[in-house]
Design a protein around this ligand. Structure first.
Ligand SMILES: NC(=O)c1ccc[n+]([C@@H]2O[C@H](COP(=O)([O-])OP(=O)(O)OC[C@H]3O[C@@H](n4cnc5c(N)ncnc54)[C@H](OP(=O)(O)O)[C@@H]3O)[C@@H](O)[C@H]2O)c1
Length: 307
Protein backbone atom coordinates (compact mmCIF):
# COMPACT_ATOMS: atom_id res chain seq x y z
CA UNK A 1 0.00 0.00 0.00
CA UNK A 2 0.98 3.66 -0.28
CA UNK A 3 1.75 5.48 2.93
CA UNK A 4 3.45 8.64 4.17
CA UNK A 5 6.49 7.98 6.27
CA UNK A 6 9.34 9.87 7.92
CA UNK A 7 12.65 8.17 8.61
CA UNK A 8 14.23 11.09 10.46
CA UNK A 9 12.91 14.07 12.39
CA UNK A 10 12.87 17.33 10.48
CA UNK A 11 10.90 19.78 8.31
CA UNK A 12 7.77 18.78 6.34
CA UNK A 13 10.02 17.54 3.49
CA UNK A 14 11.00 14.48 5.58
CA UNK A 15 7.51 13.14 4.83
CA UNK A 16 7.89 10.77 1.90
CA UNK A 17 5.45 8.69 -0.11
CA UNK A 18 6.49 5.05 0.32
CA UNK A 19 5.23 1.61 -0.70
CA UNK A 20 4.97 -0.69 2.31
CA UNK A 21 3.41 -4.08 2.96
CA UNK A 22 -0.32 -3.79 3.57
CA UNK A 23 -0.90 -4.75 7.20
CA UNK A 24 -3.18 -7.63 8.17
CA UNK A 25 -6.03 -7.59 10.65
CA UNK A 26 -4.67 -9.18 13.83
CA UNK A 27 -6.88 -10.79 16.47
CA UNK A 28 -9.25 -8.19 17.92
CA UNK A 29 -8.55 -5.67 15.17
CA UNK A 30 -10.03 -4.56 11.89
CA UNK A 31 -8.24 -3.54 8.71
CA UNK A 32 -9.65 -0.21 7.58
CA UNK A 33 -9.38 1.01 4.00
CA UNK A 34 -8.66 4.64 4.85
CA UNK A 35 -10.79 7.12 2.93
CA UNK A 36 -9.87 10.17 5.02
CA UNK A 37 -7.15 10.86 7.54
CA UNK A 38 -7.31 13.88 9.85
CA UNK A 39 -4.24 16.08 10.32
CA UNK A 40 -3.59 17.25 13.89
CA UNK A 41 -1.02 19.73 15.26
CA UNK A 42 0.53 16.81 17.16
CA UNK A 43 1.47 15.21 13.82
CA UNK A 44 3.99 17.93 13.03
CA UNK A 45 5.26 17.96 16.62
CA UNK A 46 6.11 14.25 16.33
CA UNK A 47 7.58 14.71 12.83
CA UNK A 48 9.81 17.62 13.85
CA UNK A 49 11.22 15.69 16.82
CA UNK A 50 9.63 18.06 19.34
CA UNK A 51 7.71 15.28 21.14
CA UNK A 52 10.77 13.07 21.24
CA UNK A 53 12.77 15.82 22.93
CA UNK A 54 9.98 17.02 25.25
CA UNK A 55 8.66 13.62 26.37
CA UNK A 56 11.63 11.25 26.41
CA UNK A 57 9.64 8.39 27.95
CA UNK A 58 7.47 8.23 24.82
CA UNK A 59 9.38 5.90 22.50
CA UNK A 60 9.34 6.89 18.83
CA UNK A 61 10.44 4.21 16.42
CA UNK A 62 11.55 5.34 12.99
CA UNK A 63 10.53 5.14 10.22
CA UNK A 64 7.05 6.13 11.28
CA UNK A 65 3.69 6.60 9.56
CA UNK A 66 1.99 9.58 11.27
CA UNK A 67 -1.72 10.16 11.80
CA UNK A 68 -4.16 9.49 14.62
CA UNK A 69 -7.53 9.96 12.95
CA UNK A 70 -8.86 7.58 10.33
CA UNK A 71 -12.23 7.13 8.66
CA UNK A 72 -12.96 4.53 6.03
CA UNK A 73 -14.50 1.18 5.20
CA UNK A 74 -13.71 -2.15 6.82
CA UNK A 75 -11.61 -4.26 4.48
CA UNK A 76 -11.19 -7.27 6.77
CA UNK A 77 -11.92 -8.26 10.35
CA UNK A 78 -9.42 -10.11 12.51
CA UNK A 79 -10.09 -13.26 14.52
CA UNK A 80 -12.40 -12.73 17.48
CA UNK A 81 -14.05 -9.58 16.15
CA UNK A 82 -17.83 -9.64 16.21
CA UNK A 83 -20.46 -7.10 15.17
CA UNK A 84 -18.28 -5.52 12.46
CA UNK A 85 -18.31 -6.64 8.84
CA UNK A 86 -16.37 -5.81 5.67
CA UNK A 87 -17.82 -2.72 4.03
CA UNK A 88 -18.88 -1.07 7.31
CA UNK A 89 -18.05 2.65 7.52
CA UNK A 90 -16.00 3.25 10.67
CA UNK A 91 -13.98 6.01 12.33
CA UNK A 92 -11.32 5.69 15.02
CA UNK A 93 -8.45 7.31 16.86
CA UNK A 94 -5.26 5.26 16.57
CA UNK A 95 -2.75 4.66 19.34
CA UNK A 96 -0.86 7.90 20.07
CA UNK A 97 2.59 6.28 19.84
CA UNK A 98 1.99 3.71 17.11
CA UNK A 99 -0.21 5.94 14.87
CA UNK A 100 -0.32 4.94 11.15
CA UNK A 101 -3.22 7.00 9.78
CA UNK A 102 -1.45 8.56 6.75
CA UNK A 103 -1.85 5.41 4.69
CA UNK A 104 -4.20 3.55 2.38
CA UNK A 105 -4.91 0.98 5.10
CA UNK A 106 -4.72 1.05 8.90
CA UNK A 107 -5.14 -1.61 11.56
CA UNK A 108 -7.53 -0.47 14.28
CA UNK A 109 -8.41 -2.23 17.55
CA UNK A 110 -12.06 -3.19 16.98
CA UNK A 111 -13.04 -1.81 20.39
CA UNK A 112 -11.85 1.68 19.34
CA UNK A 113 -13.75 1.87 16.04
CA UNK A 114 -17.23 3.36 15.89
CA UNK A 115 -19.71 3.48 13.02
CA UNK A 116 -19.91 6.67 10.96
CA UNK A 117 -23.47 8.05 10.87
CA UNK A 118 -25.07 7.48 7.47
CA UNK A 119 -25.35 11.16 6.59
CA UNK A 120 -21.70 11.95 7.45
CA UNK A 121 -18.92 11.98 4.87
CA UNK A 122 -15.51 10.42 5.55
CA UNK A 123 -13.71 13.78 5.78
CA UNK A 124 -16.00 15.05 8.54
CA UNK A 125 -15.71 11.74 10.39
CA UNK A 126 -11.89 11.92 10.22
CA UNK A 127 -12.03 15.43 11.68
CA UNK A 128 -13.59 14.20 14.91
CA UNK A 129 -11.58 11.72 16.99
CA UNK A 130 -8.50 13.49 18.37
CA UNK A 131 -9.85 17.06 18.42
CA UNK A 132 -13.36 16.08 19.45
CA UNK A 133 -12.35 13.77 22.27
CA UNK A 134 -9.78 16.26 23.54
CA UNK A 135 -12.31 19.11 23.69
CA UNK A 136 -15.03 17.05 25.31
CA UNK A 137 -12.73 15.32 27.81
CA UNK A 138 -11.18 18.67 28.76
CA UNK A 139 -14.59 19.82 29.97
CA UNK A 140 -16.46 16.70 31.02
CA UNK A 141 -13.57 14.80 32.64
CA UNK A 142 -10.78 17.15 33.53
CA UNK A 143 -12.79 20.19 34.67
CA UNK A 144 -16.30 18.84 35.38
CA UNK A 145 -17.93 22.27 35.73
CA UNK A 146 -21.41 22.70 37.15
CA UNK A 147 -24.40 24.20 35.38
CA UNK A 148 -24.46 27.97 35.80
CA UNK A 149 -20.68 28.31 36.14
CA UNK A 150 -18.55 30.35 33.71
CA UNK A 151 -15.58 28.92 31.81
CA UNK A 152 -12.97 30.71 29.76
CA UNK A 153 -12.24 28.64 26.63
CA UNK A 154 -9.17 29.76 24.70
CA UNK A 155 -8.80 29.05 20.98
CA UNK A 156 -12.55 28.48 21.16
CA UNK A 157 -13.19 28.17 17.42
CA UNK A 158 -10.22 25.86 16.83
CA UNK A 159 -10.55 22.14 16.21
CA UNK A 160 -10.36 21.27 19.93
CA UNK A 161 -11.81 24.51 21.29
CA UNK A 162 -15.14 24.23 19.48
CA UNK A 163 -15.75 20.81 21.07
CA UNK A 164 -14.88 22.23 24.49
CA UNK A 165 -17.43 25.00 23.92
CA UNK A 166 -20.01 22.44 22.79
CA UNK A 167 -19.42 20.24 25.86
CA UNK A 168 -19.56 23.19 28.24
CA UNK A 169 -22.82 24.49 26.76
CA UNK A 170 -24.22 20.96 27.01
CA UNK A 171 -23.73 21.09 30.78
CA UNK A 172 -25.35 24.52 31.03
CA UNK A 173 -22.06 26.33 31.52
CA UNK A 174 -21.59 29.89 30.29
CA UNK A 175 -18.63 30.24 27.91
CA UNK A 176 -16.31 33.21 27.49
CA UNK A 177 -14.31 32.61 24.31
CA UNK A 178 -10.76 33.93 23.92
CA UNK A 179 -10.10 34.08 20.19
CA UNK A 180 -8.57 36.20 17.43
CA UNK A 181 -10.44 39.38 16.43
CA UNK A 182 -11.59 37.85 13.14
CA UNK A 183 -12.99 34.80 14.99
CA UNK A 184 -15.38 36.74 17.26
CA UNK A 185 -18.53 36.20 15.22
CA UNK A 186 -17.77 32.49 14.83
CA UNK A 187 -17.30 32.12 18.59
CA UNK A 188 -20.63 33.83 19.21
CA UNK A 189 -22.30 31.57 16.65
CA UNK A 190 -20.94 28.54 18.55
CA UNK A 191 -22.76 29.82 21.63
CA UNK A 192 -20.17 31.85 23.56
CA UNK A 193 -21.76 34.53 25.75
CA UNK A 194 -18.75 36.83 25.53
CA UNK A 195 -15.54 37.04 23.54
CA UNK A 196 -12.07 38.38 24.31
CA UNK A 197 -9.37 39.00 21.72
CA UNK A 198 -6.55 36.89 23.13
CA UNK A 199 -3.44 38.99 23.66
CA UNK A 200 -5.23 42.29 22.95
CA UNK A 201 -8.01 42.52 25.51
CA UNK A 202 -8.26 41.93 29.22
CA UNK A 203 -11.38 40.56 30.89
CA UNK A 204 -13.50 43.26 32.53
CA UNK A 205 -16.18 40.91 33.91
CA UNK A 206 -16.59 38.77 37.03
CA UNK A 207 -14.00 36.04 37.66
CA UNK A 208 -14.13 32.74 35.77
CA UNK A 209 -14.91 29.53 37.61
CA UNK A 210 -12.42 27.62 35.43
CA UNK A 211 -10.20 27.87 32.35
CA UNK A 212 -10.10 25.35 29.49
CA UNK A 213 -7.04 26.25 27.43
CA UNK A 214 -6.04 25.11 23.94
CA UNK A 215 -3.44 27.83 23.20
CA UNK A 216 -1.06 28.32 26.16
CA UNK A 217 1.56 31.02 26.63
CA UNK A 218 1.75 34.48 28.17
CA UNK A 219 -1.55 35.89 26.84
CA UNK A 220 -3.46 32.95 28.35
CA UNK A 221 -1.53 33.29 31.63
CA UNK A 222 -2.70 36.91 31.83
CA UNK A 223 -6.36 35.91 31.49
CA UNK A 224 -5.90 33.08 34.02
CA UNK A 225 -5.41 35.74 36.71
CA UNK A 226 -9.20 36.15 36.51
CA UNK A 227 -9.90 32.62 37.79
CA UNK A 228 -11.68 32.33 41.12
CA UNK A 229 -9.61 30.91 43.98
CA UNK A 230 -9.95 27.13 43.76
CA UNK A 231 -10.92 27.30 40.08
CA UNK A 232 -9.25 24.84 37.72
CA UNK A 233 -6.87 25.78 34.92
CA UNK A 234 -6.58 22.81 32.56
CA UNK A 235 -4.61 23.02 29.34
CA UNK A 236 -4.10 20.72 26.36
CA UNK A 237 -1.64 23.13 24.72
CA UNK A 238 2.02 22.27 24.41
CA UNK A 239 3.03 25.89 25.03
CA UNK A 240 3.10 26.11 28.84
CA UNK A 241 1.25 28.67 30.98
CA UNK A 242 3.58 30.30 33.50
CA UNK A 243 1.98 29.61 36.92
CA UNK A 244 3.60 32.66 38.53
CA UNK A 245 0.98 34.80 40.29
CA UNK A 246 -2.00 32.64 39.25
CA UNK A 247 -4.77 31.63 41.68
CA UNK A 248 -4.25 27.94 40.80
CA UNK A 249 -1.71 25.84 38.96
CA UNK A 250 -2.21 25.21 35.24
CA UNK A 251 -2.24 21.45 34.64
CA UNK A 252 -1.63 19.79 31.27
CA UNK A 253 -4.06 17.01 30.34
CA UNK A 254 -3.94 14.52 27.47
CA UNK A 255 -6.63 12.92 25.34
CA UNK A 256 -7.34 9.20 25.62
CA UNK A 257 -9.40 6.82 23.53
CA UNK A 258 -13.10 6.82 24.34
CA UNK A 259 -15.22 5.19 21.62
CA UNK A 260 -18.52 5.76 23.45
CA UNK A 261 -17.88 9.50 23.54
CA UNK A 262 -16.67 9.47 19.94
CA UNK A 263 -19.90 7.81 18.82
CA UNK A 264 -21.96 10.34 20.76
CA UNK A 265 -19.97 13.19 19.19
CA UNK A 266 -20.36 11.79 15.68
CA UNK A 267 -24.12 11.59 16.21
CA UNK A 268 -24.24 15.18 17.50
CA UNK A 269 -22.27 16.48 14.52
CA UNK A 270 -24.40 14.44 12.10
CA UNK A 271 -27.51 15.92 13.71
CA UNK A 272 -26.21 19.42 12.95
CA UNK A 273 -25.66 20.36 16.61
CA UNK A 274 -22.07 21.47 16.02
CA UNK A 275 -20.34 22.67 12.83
CA UNK A 276 -16.99 21.02 12.08
CA UNK A 277 -15.45 22.99 9.21
CA UNK A 278 -13.13 21.23 6.80
CA UNK A 279 -10.57 23.78 5.58
CA UNK A 280 -8.84 21.69 2.91
CA UNK A 281 -8.94 18.15 1.56
CA UNK A 282 -5.59 17.17 0.10
CA UNK A 283 -4.48 13.99 -1.62
CA UNK A 284 -2.39 11.77 0.69
CA UNK A 285 0.81 12.49 -1.25
CA UNK A 286 0.49 16.17 -0.25
CA UNK A 287 1.00 15.40 3.44
CA UNK A 288 4.06 17.68 3.56
CA UNK A 289 1.94 20.57 2.27
CA UNK A 290 -0.70 19.79 4.91
CA UNK A 291 2.02 20.03 7.57
CA UNK A 292 3.25 23.36 6.18
CA UNK A 293 -0.30 24.69 6.36
CA UNK A 294 -1.06 23.47 9.87
CA UNK A 295 2.28 24.71 11.22
CA UNK A 296 1.63 28.15 9.74
CA UNK A 297 -1.76 28.34 11.55
CA UNK A 298 -4.83 30.32 10.52
CA UNK A 299 -6.20 27.35 8.60
CA UNK A 300 -9.79 27.85 9.78
CA UNK A 301 -10.80 24.21 10.01
CA UNK A 302 -9.50 20.69 9.75
CA UNK A 303 -7.03 19.52 7.12
CA UNK A 304 -7.89 16.13 5.69
CA UNK A 305 -5.69 13.77 3.67
CA UNK A 306 -7.39 11.49 1.18
CA UNK A 307 -5.56 8.39 -0.08
N1 LIG B 1 -3.13 17.38 25.16
C1 LIG B 1 -3.73 16.70 24.19
O1 LIG B 1 -4.07 15.52 24.35
C2 LIG B 1 -4.02 17.38 22.89
C3 LIG B 1 -4.91 16.80 21.96
C4 LIG B 1 -5.23 17.52 20.80
C5 LIG B 1 -4.63 18.76 20.56
N2 LIG B 1 -3.74 19.24 21.47
C6 LIG B 1 -3.10 20.55 21.28
O2 LIG B 1 -4.12 21.54 21.40
C7 LIG B 1 -3.73 22.68 20.62
C8 LIG B 1 -4.91 23.10 19.71
O3 LIG B 1 -5.13 22.07 18.77
P1 LIG B 1 -6.24 22.26 17.62
O4 LIG B 1 -6.26 21.02 16.84
O5 LIG B 1 -7.47 22.81 18.20
O6 LIG B 1 -5.54 23.42 16.75
P2 LIG B 1 -6.28 24.49 15.84
O7 LIG B 1 -7.41 23.87 15.10
O8 LIG B 1 -5.21 25.17 15.08
O9 LIG B 1 -6.94 25.50 16.87
C9 LIG B 1 -6.20 26.41 17.62
C10 LIG B 1 -7.03 27.68 17.72
O10 LIG B 1 -6.37 28.60 18.57
C11 LIG B 1 -6.16 29.82 17.85
N3 LIG B 1 -4.94 30.46 18.31
C12 LIG B 1 -3.69 29.95 18.28
N4 LIG B 1 -2.82 30.85 18.80
C13 LIG B 1 -3.56 31.93 19.15
C14 LIG B 1 -3.25 33.18 19.72
N5 LIG B 1 -1.99 33.49 20.06
N6 LIG B 1 -4.25 34.05 19.95
C15 LIG B 1 -5.52 33.74 19.61
N7 LIG B 1 -5.88 32.57 19.07
C16 LIG B 1 -4.90 31.67 18.84
C17 LIG B 1 -6.07 29.40 16.41
O11 LIG B 1 -6.30 30.50 15.56
P3 LIG B 1 -5.47 30.54 14.17
O12 LIG B 1 -5.92 29.34 13.41
O13 LIG B 1 -5.87 31.84 13.59
O14 LIG B 1 -4.02 30.45 14.55
C18 LIG B 1 -7.16 28.35 16.35
O15 LIG B 1 -8.44 28.93 16.24
C19 LIG B 1 -2.47 22.28 19.86
O16 LIG B 1 -1.35 22.74 20.57
C20 LIG B 1 -2.51 20.75 19.91
O17 LIG B 1 -1.23 20.17 19.78
C21 LIG B 1 -3.42 18.57 22.61
Amino acid sequence: MRAIEFGAFGPPEVLQVVAVTTPEARPGTILLRVRASGVNPADYKWRSGWVNAAVPDMPVSLPQIPGYDVAGTVEAVGPGVTGIAPGDRMVAMLDHVEKGGYAEFAVVPAEHAVPIPESMDFATAAALPCAGLTGVQLIEEFIQPKAGQTILVTGAVGAVGRFAVFAALGIGVRVVAAVRGAQRAEAKALGASDTIILGDEDWPGPPFDHVADTVGGAAVAKLCRHVKPGGLIRTVATTPIDPDGLPSEPIFVAVHNDPARLLELARSVAAGKLPVPIARRLPLQQAAEAHRLIEAGGVGGKLILEP
